[in-house]
Design a protein around this ligand. Sequence first.
Ligand SMILES: C[S@@+](CC[C@H](N)C(=O)[O-])C[C@H]1O[C@@H](n2cnc3c(N)ncnc32)[C@H](O)[C@@H]1O
Length: 263
Amino acid sequence: MPENVESLPSLVPDAARPGEPPVGAADQPAFRTTPVSFVRRSGRMNVRQQEAWDTRRDEFVVEVPRLAARTSVDPRWSFDPEASFGRRAPLVVEVGSGQGEAVVAAAAATPERDFLALEVYTPGLGQTVYRSIRAGLTNVRLMQANAPEVLEHALAPGSVDELWVFFPDPWHKARHTKRRLVAPPFVELAARALRPGGTWRLATDWAEYAEQMIEVVEASSAFTNAHGPGAHAPRFEGRVLTGFENKAAKAGRDVVDLTYVRS
Ligand SMILES: C[S@@+](CC[C@H](N)C(=O)[O-])C[C@H]1O[C@@H](n2cnc3c(N)ncnc32)[C@H](O)[C@@H]1O
């Protein structure tokens, strides 16, 4: 989760930096007007992440045209999975892929599927590129972008087979809960992106966020809980243990898995 939650600036903290090339059309806002679910972090890549990023990024990272901010998505742009992966295959999208453990392990285990990882944190993306190279993967693509904008604009409706949201930032203080990703607007975007019969998998180690997930997803007629209303799912065996889950286990927090089917 973000380390600097206490020092949130009052404006949405992801605007283009002064001196950077202009982004988007001149009549578009320079700042986002709604809160995002992340805080811009200044972490640096380590040597091997940087080397992977500098030398092989083009094979994995999709260039996203921007609009209001550095991690925004120009709504006029759309992503063409067939052109990017060079084939037509079931598409799994992971939102907030962190260090890439889950997406890389799954891509290696199921080469017949394509994987798109959405993440804003540059060192995490560097690590995912590094892991993908080591695993010799050709079925992983990454976008450095605010995930809701990708789901809303860049992905064709009904084009996603599975959507994964594992350990989204919990924003557990009352004054921050409005930043939580899994809220009604995001449920609509998930419904838009997933194909009928497609699967939405979620996991969190914050009991109260799990309750919110159940409440907001099950309030939508677009989703059915695969295990019955309000029910937790068994641990998704395709989800490898990440640093975040490990930390939660050490702190004694139980993990809740949820699985929904797009009606
Ligand atoms: C708590 S971490 C969990 C990472 C990973 N899923 C795991 O289980 O290890 C949440 C991640 O989501 C990313 N994130 C948060 N909001 C996002 C957004 N709107 N778009 C893309 N990534 C986001 C953060 O940068 C962070 O890396």
